[in-house]
Design a protein around this ligand. Structure first.
Ligand code: ARG
Length: 621
């Protein structure tokens, strides 16, 4: 799932300087034949032996037929001045590892260089464009926990690329067109429901009732299930096969009027969208997710592009007739991609082909990221391959754009089955968020009641606001910190805990540093030149220096959990530092100034990383 992002050069990233220094040492020692040898630099497992370890000697020794320690020595002796300048004398250990310790002065200089508004992250990427498919809710249906993932993973990936300076197009591929929505609309109109006063709950009920009105074509459905085309296409066929002739006829009539632009039907349809989106925006706001009407590129947006899409495949000789329907076939794959049904109507896949073309050709995206449920894996594989076949990924500069599906796993209940309420219903997202906020508030109020806690003096309203931030952080962090593709168990107790790899723990680390800085400010203590003396200062500094690389890796791997992993490690490293290194008291002025500077940088990096996940960083908790 990785995408190749051009890595920018980062002078403060000492690991890359070590890497190029060692590469040239290897070439001068062994010759051009070793030009492709990877210096194999790793962060040292035990800081006692250094900051990094280089393991190139073992593999090199094998091909040279020499003892690894001898090869290691040979390479070290050939180290260029640029390498000698930044390292303490090298040590060879064990079978032939090279232990590397950076000079304290060099670390301090690199940190000072990173101490700029961008925190060392290059954002000179204005020429790059990415489209992020996120949210993707369906009109007239409540948001459930699956949409939480599509929304916050998508928002985080969008923010990651924004942070790196890309042009980012958020694309909310709303399910707002086609037979299912026409069925709901028809049912509501038959029942003369006042569409100016309905709630999303009403719509949701109407949607389900409309779907349930007769299911008589069992054979057709069984066939659809047997072809294993994925849940979405089955759902589509289910809708098609639903019996109750009258309701279906009415739905088809409504759809026809909708498609032909009948003013009254279109106005009613728009009301369904408005009711749905009001709640979606409200939820997005609670989650700090950036989602506005301009991001809506729902299925209806592509309605006039469906026929040209099908035509394009026909003209390119890529679509063949199959029992009246049109399909695209792929070499070596039994499953074809259906792009037009035998009755001439188009499908979910047709819309996605049109949407891909729009993103690639109209928006000029070189990368399109789809944050969608893993169950749609086959669907996207087929769509991407079809887009590739027809050549829409080709860019004016002859390079190829990339389409990537970020397939996320399910959210499970304690019983390890998809999260459901006691009565077997899907949890609405709103219910989950409300509960998390209540838990966050309880936690924050309890802490404020402890004498001398930093929040003791706060009003109940202030505590509520912090509690809300904690509850939302708990849910978002738990989601974003798990490996995207894996299922995870929704365990609110663990998520709101202030201990362990959680959102509140990360927020608390930030608030704690903010507290130290506030105390320093009150005592007129100022930060100053950084000096690295103790192992804990060194560890903290090296951790901070890894920030730009962590963010670029998270983007190139489309892996929000890497941001979370960085945050957790930094919070831990900071806590160890703070335990071992007094900052405000019992130190001389220059040590205090240096340590305050480290605190400031840590706070800023934590806040910046949290902001990419759009998690609030309160300064008191
Ligand atoms: N509305 C779809 C669903 O609920 C998700 C849309 C995902 N995006 C896309 N381009 N197909 O399953």
């Amino acid at each position: 799932m990785s995408h190749n992002l051009a890595r920018t050069s980062r002078p403060h990233e000492l690991a890359s300087r070590l890497n190029s220094g060692l590469r040239s040492a290897i070439i001068s020692a062994i010759g051009e034949s070793a030009a492709t040898t990877d210096p194999a630099i790793k962060t040292a497992a035990n800081p006692k032996f250094g900051d990094f370890q280089a393991n190139f000697a073992m593999s090199l020794a094998k091909s040279l037929g020499k003892p690894p320690r001898e090869v290691a020595q040979q390479v070290i002796d050939a180290a260029p001045q640029s390498l000698i300048d930044i390292c303490e004398p090298f040590e060879i250990a064990g079978p032939g590892f090279v232990n590397i310790r950076l000079r304290a002065q060099v670390i301090a200089e690199a940190l000072t260089e990173m101490d700029c508004p961008a925190l060392g992250i290059s954002n000179a990427n204005r020429t790059h464009t990415v489209a992020v498919d996120l949210c993707g809710v369906n009109v007239a249906k409540q948001m459930h926990v699956g949409h939480l993932r599509a929304t916050i993973i998508g928002d985080t990936i969008a923010r990651l690329f924004e942070r790196l300076g890309w042009r980012v197009h958020r694309q909310n591929h709303l399910g707002d067109w086609g037979l299912p929505i026409a069925m709901t609309l028809a049912a509501l109109r038959r029942a003369r429901v006042d569409l100016d006063r309905v709630t999303l709950d009403d719509l949701n009920t109407a949607y389900r009732n409309a779907q349930a009105e007769g299911r008589d074509d069992e054979a057709g459905l069984a066939a659809a299930h047997a072809t294993q085309v994925g849940p979405h296409r089955v759902a589509e066929l289910e809708a098609q096969h639903e019996g109750a002739a009258a309701a279906i006829a009415d739905a088809h009539d409504t759809l026809r009027r909708l498609q032909s632009g009948d003013t009254i039907v279109v106005a009613d349809w728009q009301k369904l969208i408005d009711v749905t989106m009001r709640e979606v925006y409200e939820t997005a706001r609670m989650l700090n997710v950036e989602l506005v009407p301009e991001h809506n590129r729902g299925e209806s947006f592509f309605r006039d592009r469906l026929a040209p899409t099908v035509d394009a495949f026909v003209h390119a000789n890529l679509a063949t007739r199959d029992a009246g329907a049109l399909v695209v076939r792929f070499a070596g794959r039994e499953r074809p991609l259906l792009i037009q049904k035998s009755d001439g109507t188009s499908l979910y896949a047709t819309t996605d082909l049109a949407a891909a073309r729009y993103r690639l050709q109209d928006l000029g995206a070189e990368l399109v990221v789809y944050c969608v449920d893993a169950r749609q894996r086959d669907h996207f594989k087929d769509v991407f391959d079809a887009v590739q076949l027809i050549g829409w990924t080709k860019r004016p500069d002859a390079t190829h754009a990339t389409l990537v599906h970020v397939p996320f796993g399910a959210v499970l209940g304690a019983d390890k089955r998809p999260l459901k309420t006691r009565s077997g219903e899907n949890f609405t997202l709103k219910a989950l968020l409300d509960e998390a906020i209540a838990r966050g508030r309880r936690e924050v109020h309890a802490r404020a009641a402890i004498p001398d806690s930093p929040t003791s003096s706060m009003s109940s309203a202030e505590l509520d606001a912090i509690g809300q931030a904690v509850g939302i952080a708990a849910i978002k962090y738990a989601d974003l910190s798990s490996d995207v593709g894996r299922d995870y168990v929704f365990d609110l107790d663990r998520m709101v805990s202030f201990e362990g790899d959680t959102g509140p723990y990360a927020q608390y680390a930030h608030a704690r540093i903010a507290g130290i800085l506030a105390k320093a400010a009150a005592a007129n203590a100022v930060s100053g030149a950084i000096t690295i003396d103790t192992p804990e200062e060194r560890a903290l500094a090296l951790n901070l220096l890894r920030y730009p690389g962590a963010i670029e890796d998270a983007a190139s791997q489309l892996a929000p959990n890497r941001i979370a992993a960085f945050i957790y490690e930094l919070a831990n490293t900071f806590n160890a530092f703070y335990q071992a290194c007094p900052v405000l008291r019992g130190v001389d002025e220059s040590t205090r100034a240096s340590r305050l500077h480290l605190c400031e940088l840590t706070r800023r990096v934590l806040a910046d990383a949290l902001s990419i996940m759009a998690i609030a960083a309160p300064s008191r908790m």
